[in-house]
Every structure is written in structure tokens, then in C-alpha cells.
Ligand binder design. Structure first.
Ligand SMILES: Cc1cc2nc3c(=O)[nH]c(=O)nc-3n(C[C@H](O)[C@H](O)[C@H](O)COP(=O)(O)OP(=O)(O)OC[C@H]3O[C@@H](n4cnc5c(N)ncnc54)[C@H](O)[C@@H]3O)c2cc1C
Length: 672
């Protein structure tokens, strides 16, 4: 990396010139940096808002899962089969799924070699278990903090390799130039938080041949979110650079605690806690599930199943399925304005109609599970302690004692299956820009649990290989960079000055902007998507973004990162709602992890009435055969396009031809 100073628009800025800039220090970004180094490309640096921020470092669940080819048991597995399973939910491109399946073992053992403690038996078998949307037992876990351990080991490896990390730096623009297929990345602008008070407002420029965007999922979009608060996402940067996104409609929602953000999956449900709702002030306590189940056995079994059917799934909402519980929690919290808690202190009490809970009332599968776990105790907290003591300790470490207080929950956004489109080498439509990790949308309508972490590792490894072989050039000279990127840098700086210069009266406060984004997304762009509300929301969202561009204010230089972030999220929510509206306009119905009210359908439960009626999308619907792509076109108008789903390609099984291509360097090749 070469460091200099460059003059643009009459101001001088620090400039770092290098081959590859990685933005984001989650498991995906750090892995990409390590992989580049391994491939001999050492001219790499990482820019991150904060080391330790992001979903990888700060979130997890009861048993956080990594999905890979099966490595144990006596049933053979194959990459082609795994690819078909990865794509089985629909709207996922088969070639990408095949690359993820094929790369899963290499990525997994890379983590094992770095010291992530994935368990194996005495013969060396990495024994698997079954996760959601997994027909096999391909899942493994290093415990509740799998992704945190990945982050730690990958960071240690970056340090060992002396990869430069710009900590406390917020990227506020990607620099790109050229049109159409000639569009290419030039670098990025970041704000150094330590330098915000300086004359240059902390502006730092990066002149890079490649940018790996590993900025994670759009957690900052939602009021009800289980993404850690540090994980807001930066999709707006990529939209503004001209990158094409797809499957933005496909996010995952599920039950999570809100005081401390954590998924209440697995043992938290298998312990069969009491679900209660109260009014806003904590009075009028009710076991609100009682009204919707024929008996306590059905109720408790649905709660138990929620443990491993964690994401909301409209196919499991009718007939007393486990996703009816998400609907009922949403009804209590969002529709009725009440609060919902999991109470581990006592068993569900039932009412005059429903008997009090007893393990013997559970369905046979659930009963056998508790019995085999030695967990047929008298209270949910005792059962939870028996099945998963760290699950209790985790809340205690965050100031919540499940033995003493109920745990407040909501239906929260957890993950975006969609994101930016990439080639099989994880390059976006902008040359040199590689989205990896959650910001890259490789999953379809559903995905096996654990495949997000695998996708991030495989994507970074493949991007690194491609960069090392095909994008190994040197960055532009300072003068050429200033010519190419100067107007964009100047515009960003002028925007910063304009935001700082705005009076309070008549301008938009970043906090108010963010609150509006989150309210709108949780009201119409989350787990329930009413067509009329989405259409109105889409227009209001665009209005907010335009208003934010003209009128956001930064109270002081310290406020600049927050102001840029709210602008980014205002744009992001406008594009997301545009995509959701387009999906509904094309006749899209309930699927994945969201419900689209449809008067012609049926409600999840007769007591819920017609307002909740919905129909399921079918695999042959137009929206199932095609994938919705969105990019920001001229004058900031989203441009939409539906493209057919690419199937899983047949295996290239003839050794001699592959070897010939390999020896002649035709494998790691430009996409046509
Ligand atoms: C509660 C929860 C449980 C989950 N459980 C599982 C599971 O069991 N299995 C599974 O496969 N997946 C799971 N996921 C999803 C998975 O954890 C994430 O998809 C994955 O960790 C994302 O990794 P990443 O590296 O792409 O992004 P992150 O780890 O989120 O990192 C993003 C990084 O980008 C930085 N950043 C963002 N914008 C900027 C900017 N403008 N400038 C500088 N830096 C920036 C952030 O600070 C952060 O360092 C779970 C997610 C949650 C929230």
C-alpha cells in the first residue's frame, strides 16, 4: 500500500493506494483478506466501522450453525445434491449454489485449521445434525457463538499476516466510473472517526483496483430486529455505485428477545416456556396462545417445534403449525400494541378449557426428545438448564436472569437472503467490486440454516482467488485517480459541508430519519406485507430519501457518520420497498418468511378473521420461475428486471479436460 496526499477541489486528503480494499470486518471480510494473502496478494487492507461490530462478532443463537457437505455417518453426500438443496427453496441460481456446495468443505477445514472448535468424534467424524430446510444432517456448530469464534480466529490470522486494519473508519462512498459493462470500481471514501474534528472532517480516500464489500446485512432497516445494533448495513453505497441487487424481497423473520437481541430458537422453545402478553405497562397478563389451540398438547408441541422451525414460514402457519405462534405474537405486539414475554419460571397454566402443561401431553417426538435429554423437569427453566446451560448463562451475562424475570420478545428481522448479485467468482456487475457475505444475495426464498456463514466463507475465498489471478494490477497513479474520482469525492465533501451548515429549523435530524425508515419497514416491509400499505410506503420511502438528500443535518462533525448512515438507509429502504411492491404487482403471494394478506385465501386460524387471510406462492408462479433484479438507474430511479432462475449445472466430470483447462489457466476466467 502506498500512502500519499492528493489535492481534489482545493482540499488535500490522505490517499491510500492498493490492490484490494476490504470494507467490513465480519467473518466474510476478514476471511477474504486472509485468502488474498494466502494467494500471494498482500497489497490488501481492511476498513471497518469498528472491530467487533457486525452480525458475525455480536450475534448467535442457541446453537449457531455452519452448513457444509456431510462428513459423517454412512449415507453418501455429494456437492450436486447439496447444491440442489441450497437452491430448493426457489429463486436461487444453481451455479452459485454449486460453487457454495463445492467450496463448503475447503472453507470449513480452513476454519478448523485456524482453530474454530467444531466438534468431531474419536474417529475424526465432524458429526452433523439436521437444521431447517435441510434434508440431511449437514449442519455443525461450535456452540452459540460460532460466528464470533470465526471472527476471532480470522482476525488473529489477519494480525499474524500483518494485514493493515483501518479501525473506526466508516466508508461513506464507493468510487466508481464508466458506464454499462465498462463500469469499474476506483476505490472508496471513508470517515476516520478519530479525525472528524480536523479541517478535513476525517475524510480519507482509498484508490483501489478492487473493493470487497463485506458490509453485512441491512439490520438497521427495522424497528424489530435481532441484528446487533452495530450492524446497520451499507447497501446504499453499492446502489449508488451502480451495483445490481436481487432477491431483496427475501428476508428472514423470527422470534427474538428485544432487551438483549438474541434468537429464541432451539432449547429456548424446546423447554416449553409460558407465552404471556401484557398491556403496555405490564398489567392484564394473559396466556394468549390458549385461544388458538384445541388442547395443551397441541399448543406445547407447536412451541417445542418452534425450536427447530425457527424462521417464520407461512406454510407452517395453518393447522396449528409452529409458525402460527409468530402470527399470534405479531398480532399481540404490532396489531394490539401489547407486549409479549417468554416466562421460564412456570409451566403454561392453560385455562378452563386447556389443561395445565405436563410433559406427557407433548406429541411423541417432542416427549421423546425431552426424555432422551433427561429433561422431564417441572419447570421450563429447569428443562432449559438441563438441555443447554450456556443458553441460560448467556442471558445472565447480559443482565437477564431467566429464573427470575420473563423475557420480552417480538417477531424480528434476522437475515436477508437477497443482496447484491455476483458472478461465480463473486464479482458484481461493476468490475472490481466484489460483494461477499450477507451483503451478497446468493440465497433464494429459503435457505438451510447455517448456509449464510458458509456462503460468506466460500464467496470470500473465490473472490480472493479471482482477484489474485485476474485483478492483480496496480492502482491508478495519484493524478489519474484524482481525475477519475475527483468529482465524486468533491460531491461527498460538499454534501458533508451542506449537512453541517443546515439550521435546525426545516432540516431533517438523522435520528428522526432513521426512526421513520424503521417504522415504515417494520410496518409494511417485514413479516406482513399488505399490498396497499406497501404501495403507499414505497412512495413515502422515496419521498424520505429525496428529503434526506436535500435536508439532512449533521449537528457537528461527530454527527457526520450517523448522518451519512441515515442517508444510506433511507435509500436502502426505498429500494427494498420498490422491490417488494414489484413482487406484489406481479401477483407474488406469501412465501419464504413473510405473509401477504389475500382476501381470497384462508386465515391461519378461524379466530383471526379475514384480515389475516393469505394464499401461498407456488413454484410455477412467475415470481418463482424468475428472480427480481433491481439497480439504481438515472436520476436515482430504481430499475427492475426479472431474470430466469439458472439451474444447477451438470458436473464437469471428465478429468482430462478439466486438467487441460486447469494447466492452461482457463478455470479462473472472466465471465462471458
Ligand atoms: C441472531 C442471528 C443469528 C444467526 N444465526 C446464524 C446461523 O446459525 N447460521 C448462519 O449461517 N447464519 C446465521 N446468521 C447470519 C450470519 O450471522 C450473518 O449473515 C453473517 O455473520 C454475516 O457476516 P458478514 O461478514 O457478511 O457481515 P457482518 O458480520 O455483519 O459484518 C459486517 C461488517 O461490516 C462493517 N461495516 C458495515 N458498513 C460499513 C461501512 N460503511 N464502513 C465500514 N465498515 C462497515 C461492520 O462494522 C461489520 O464489521 C445469524 C444472524 C443473526 C443476526
Amino acid at each position: 500500500m502506498r500512502t500519499s496526499r492528493v489535492r481534489i477541489g482545493g482540499r488535500t486528503y490522505p490517499l491510500h493506494s492498493l490492490n484490494t480494499l476490504v470494507i467490513g470486518s465480519g467473518a466474510a471480510g476478514l476471511n477474504a483478506a486472509v485468502r488474498l494473502h494466502e494467494h500471494g496478494q498482500a497489497d490488501v487492507a481492511v476498513v471497518t466501522s469498528r472491530l467487533g461490530a457486525g452480525a458475525s462478532a455480536e450475534s448467535g443463537s442457541d446453537k449457531q450453525t455452519y452448513y457444509k457437505l456431510s462428513l459423517s455417518g454412512d449415507r453418501p453426500d455429494s456437492a450436486a445434491e447439496m447444491a440442489r438443496d441450497l437452491a430448493a427453496g426457489g429463486s436461487a441460481h444453481g451455479d452459485i449454489a454449486l460453487a457454495e456446495a463445492q467450496g463448503s468443505l475447503e472453507a470449513f477445514f480452513h476454519l478448523v485449521a485456524l482453530g474454530v472448535p467444531f466438534p468431531h468424534d474419536r474417529f475424526g467424524a465432524y458429526v452433523g445434525y439436521k437444521t431447517d430446510h435441510d434434508p440431511r444432517q449437514r449442519a455443525t456448530s461450535a456452540g452459540p457463538l460460532t460466528s464470533r469464534m470465526m471472527f476471532e480466529k480470522l482476525l488473529a490470522e489477519c494480525r499474524r499476516r500483518r494485514v493493515r486494519v483501518f479501525d473506526g473508519h466508516e466508508a461513506i462512498a464507493l468510487l466508481a466510473g464508466g458506464r454499462g459493462v465498462r463500469r469499474r470500481v476506483l476505490g472508496a471514501v471513508a470517515l476516520d472517526r478519530a479525525g472528524l474534528g480536523s479541517r478535513e472532517r476525517g475524510f480519507i480516500l482509498f484508490n483501489a483496483v478492487n473493493v470487497i464489500a463485506a458490509t453485512g446485512g441491512p439490520g438497521g432497516l427495522y424497528e424489530h430486529s435481532v441484528y446487533p445494533e452495530s450492524q446497520t448495513g451499507s447497501h446504499g453505497l453499492l446502489f449508488e455505485a451502480g451495483a445490481t441487487a436481487h432477491n431483496l424481497t427475501e428476508s428472514q423473520f423470527g422470534l427474538a428477545s428485544t432487551k438483549f437481541r438474541w434468537n429464541v430458537s432451539g432449547a429456548y422453545q424446546q423447554a416449553v416456556p409460558r407465552y404471556v402478553s401484557t398491556d403496555a405497562r405490564g398489567g392484564d397478563e394473559r396466556e394468549f396462545l390458549n385461544d388458538y389451540f384445541p388442547d395443551m398438547g397441541a399448543l406445547a408441541t407447536a412451541v417445542f417445534l418452534k425450536g427447530y422451525q425457527w424462521p417464520f414460514d407461512p406454510r407452517k402457519a395453518r393447522g396449528g403449525g409452529s409458525s402460527l405462534i409468530d402470527v399470534l405474537v405479531h398480532e399481540e405486539t404490532v396489531v394490539k400494541g401489547r407486549r409479549v414475554f417468554l416466562d421460564f419460571r412456570a409451566d403454561p397454566r392453560g385455562d378452563g378449557r386447556l389443561a395445565p402443561f405436563a410433559p406427557a401431553l407433548l406429541g411423541p417426538e417432542a416427549f421423546a426428545y425431552l426424555e432422551r435429554s433427561g429433561a422431564l423437569m417441572a419447570t421450563p427453566i429447569a428443562r432449559l438448564r438441563k438441555m443447554n446451560p450456556p443458553a441460560v448463562a448467556l442471558y445472565r451475562a447480559h443482565g437477564i436472569d431467566l429464573a427470575r424475570e420473563p423475557l420480552e420478545i417480538a417477531v424480528c428481522a434476522q437475515h436477508n437472503n437477497g443482496g447484491f448479485r455476483a458472478s461465480v467468482w463473486w464479482e458484481s456487475n461493476v468490475r472490481g467490486l466484489f460483494p461477499v457475505g450477507e451483503v451478497c444475495g446468493t440465497h433464494g426464498v429459503t435457505r438451510p440454516g447455517g448456509s449464510a456463514l458458509n456462503a460468506g466463507q466460500v464467496g470470500g475465498a473465490r473472490a480472493a482467488l479471482f482477484i489474485a489471478r485476474r485483478r492483480a494490477g496496480r492502482p491508478l497513479s495519484d493524478a489519474a485517480f484524482a481525475r477519475a474520482a475527483g468529482p465524486l469525492v468533491r460531491a461527498r465533501r460538499e454534501l458533508a459541508e451542506a449537512m453541517l451548515g443546515r439550521e435546525q429549523a426545516g432540516s431533517l435530524d438523522p435520528a428522526a430519519c432513521l426512526a421513520e425508515v424503521r417504522r415504515r419497514m417494520s410496518a409494511c416491509g417485514a413479516v406482513v406485507r399488505d399490498a396497499a400499505a406497501v404501495r403507499a410506503g414505497k412512495d413515502a420511502a422515496r419521498g424520505l430519501w429525496l428529503r434526506a438528500r436535500r435536508g439532512l443535518r449533521a449537528a457537528s462533525p461527530r454527527d457526520l457518520p450517523r448522518a451519512f448512515k441515515s442517508l444510506d438507509l433511507a435509500l436502502t429502504h426505498a429500494v427494498y420497498l420498490e422491490a417488494i411492491a414489484e413482487y406484489l404487482d406481479r401477483g407474488g403471494k406469501s412465501r419464504g418468511s413473510y405473509l401477504v394478506p389475500d382476501p381470497a385465501g384462508e386465515p391461519p386460524h378461524p379466530r383471526l378473521g379475514g384480515r389475516w387471510a393469505f394464499s401461498l406462492a407456488g413454484p410455477d408462479d412467475f415470481v418463482g420461475r424468475n428472480i427480481l433484479e433491481v439497480r439504481l438507474g438515472g436520476r436515482g430511479r430504481p430499475e427492475k428486471r426479472w431474470v430466469p432462475v439458472r439451474p444447477v449445472p451438470p458436473a464437469e466430470a471428465w478429468f482430462e479436460t478439466v486438467w487441460d483447462d486447469f494447466r492452461n489457466d482457463r478455470i479462473v476466467a472472466e465471465e462471458e
